[in-house]
Each structure stands twice: as C-alpha cells, then as structure tokens.
Design a protein around this ligand. Structure first.
Ligand code: KIV
Length: 302
C-alpha cells in the first residue's frame, strides 16, 4: 500500500510559492535576495507582480501604518490582521511575519503559541524575532515546533531604548564580535534567514561570509545576501524621520496629496462626478418614478 499522502501536508508550501530551501541556493549562486515590507493585500500583490522574493509584514507597521511612535505598542491582533491581508495578495513570495514585542519574550511556550497563530490564522510561512541572548532559545523552540524563523540582529527597534536609541550597532571590535556570536548561535538554533539592521558594512559582510544561511541587510551595506526596505520608505509615503540607509524609489505622498486636493476641488466645484461616473434609468421608468413620487409625497404631506 502506498504511503504517499493524498493531500499536501498541512503546512506544505502553496503551489507556486518560492521554496524556503531555495534561499541558501540563491546565496550559493551569489544571487541577491529581494525583500520588502508590506501591510495589506494590494501591497502583497504588487510585491508578487514585481518579482520580489520575500515579503516581511514588519512590526514597522506600528509606525508607518498604525501611527504609533515606536514598534513596541503593536499587538498580535493588529499584526495578524495585516499579515492575513498580505498573504491574500502575495502568492509566490514567502511571507514572513514579525512577532510583536511581548509575544515571545516571556517563554518558549509563548513564542511557539504566537508563532503558530501567524501560520494558522494569517497564512504566513515564517516569523521573525529580534535579538540574540534569550531570543536564541526562542528561535530554537519555534524551529523545533516546525515554524521557520528569521533572526534580526544589529539595531533591533523593539529594544531600541535599551540600545540607547535608533543608532548603528557593532561599531567596536567587541560589539562586532558579539554580533558574530549571536549570528552563529541563531544559525545553529535553526534560523533560515537573518536580517542585519544598521550594522557597519565590513561587519555585515564578515557575518554573511561566516554563515551558511543568507543575510538580508537594511543599512548593512552591499556585503549581505539580500536587501530589505520598508514599503513606505521605498515609495516615499512616510513623513517621519528617514534613516540614512533609506533610498526612495518614488515620492508617492506628493502624488497622493495632489490627487486628494484635485478631488476635493472638483467635489466642491461640482466637476465631479460627471455623467460618465453615474448610472442611468430608462426614460419610461424615470417618468413612472416621478409620477409615483409625486403621489407618494402628496399622500404623506400634512
Ligand atoms: O519591522 C520591520 O519592517 C523590520 C525591517 C526593518 C527589517 O523589521
């Protein structure tokens, strides 16, 4: 009797999905991996159409979408909704969801429970957690539970206060070596990918060389195995402070502002809506309607 399952395993990749195992092969071939954040279904769909490899539903959503001052306040419920939207739009890219602050720090069990929710309820393929130290045990627990994990070292926004603010990390020999140790430990824990944020290029390059798994840089220079940018930074949609590592590929907030102002002007002047934006009713139906309306208003007048 065949032991082959008739239906795919519950967490088998969806058809057409970039296999997670391809990432190491891409690193081996020297092919840069492209990652972008997204927070809704149109974003996921556009990233897919643009041929982006990885979509991160970052907890940067807290600041660029939800209007918080930092990533700390955002919740599981908020990020689950955004992740579910992104996975409805992104077919081929792997979707990685950030576990929000407070959803994995307490214990391995808490981390696994949170990770499972992102896979089961939101359709993510993997989760990302920040830091070294105790996060390494969390990464191991998640991986052992069958949840692919992306690490995140360097500037870790969830603990930026403890790091002394939003500033580059690993700028002394001792701190750079500590980053290498954490990176190797996260790889040994089973992480399939590592984000390096705001790390000197020379250090990020050596970490990338020391690891088998790929690194994705944001403010970590060209020696990483791929790059990630935040959607709103890349597209010029965020008015807050942009770090030096941001490159804007469009200035959409100006375009959107112009469109909204034109809309407001046209509504106020009566130029919108025009005939082509409205629906017609056949002449005879309109005449009957007018007749019926006159009778109805007459009956209901005092
Ligand atoms: O939350 C986020 O968008 C991130 C990226 C900056 C890597 O963690």
């Amino acid at each position: 009797m065949s032991t082959r399952p008739r239906t795919p395993a519950p967490n088998a990749p969806a058809p057409g999905k970039l296999p997670i195992t391809d990432l190491v092969a891409m690193k081996g071939r020297g092919e840069q991996i492209v990652m972008v954040t997204a927070y809704d279904a149109p974003g996921g769909r556009l990233a897919d159409e643009a041929g982006i490899d990885l979509v991160l539903v970052g907890d940067s959503a807290a600041m660029v979408v939800l209007g918080y001052d930092s990533t700390v306040p955002t919740t599981m419920d908020e990020l689950l909704v955004l992740t579910r939207a992104v996975t409805r739009g992104a077919r081929r890219p792997l979707v990685i969801a950030d576990l929000p602050f407070g959803s994995y720090q307490v214990s391995d069990e808490q981390a696994v429970t949170s990770g499972i929710r992102f896979l089961k309820e939101a359709g993510a393929e993997a989760v990302k957690i920040e830091g070294g130290g105790t996060t390494i045990a969390r990464a191991r627990a998640l991986v052992q539970a069958g949840i692919p994990v992306c690490g995140h070292l360097g500037l870790t926004p969830q603990t930026a206060t403890a790091l002394g603010g939003f500033k580059a990390q690993g700028r002394s020999a001792a701190k750079a070596l500590a980053l290498v140790e954490d990176a190797l430990a996260l790889e040994a824990a089973g992480c399939f990918l590592l984000v390096l944020e705001a790390v000197p290029e020379a250090v990020a390059r050596r970490i990338s060389e020391a690891l088998t798994i790929p690194t994705i840089g944001i403010g970590a220079g060209a020696g990483c195995n791929g790059q990630v940018l935040v959607w709103h930074d890349l597209l010029g949609l965020y008015d807050g402070h942009a770090p030096r590592f941001v490159k804007q590929y469009a200035q959409l907030s100006g375009t959107i502002l112009g469109a909204l102002e034109s809309y407001a002007t046209e509504v106020r002047s009566g130029a919108f809506p025009a005939a082509q934006h409205t629906y017609n009713i056949p002449e005879e139906e309109l005449a009957a309607f007018e007749e019926g309306l006159a009778a109805l208003l007459f009956r209901s007048s005092p």
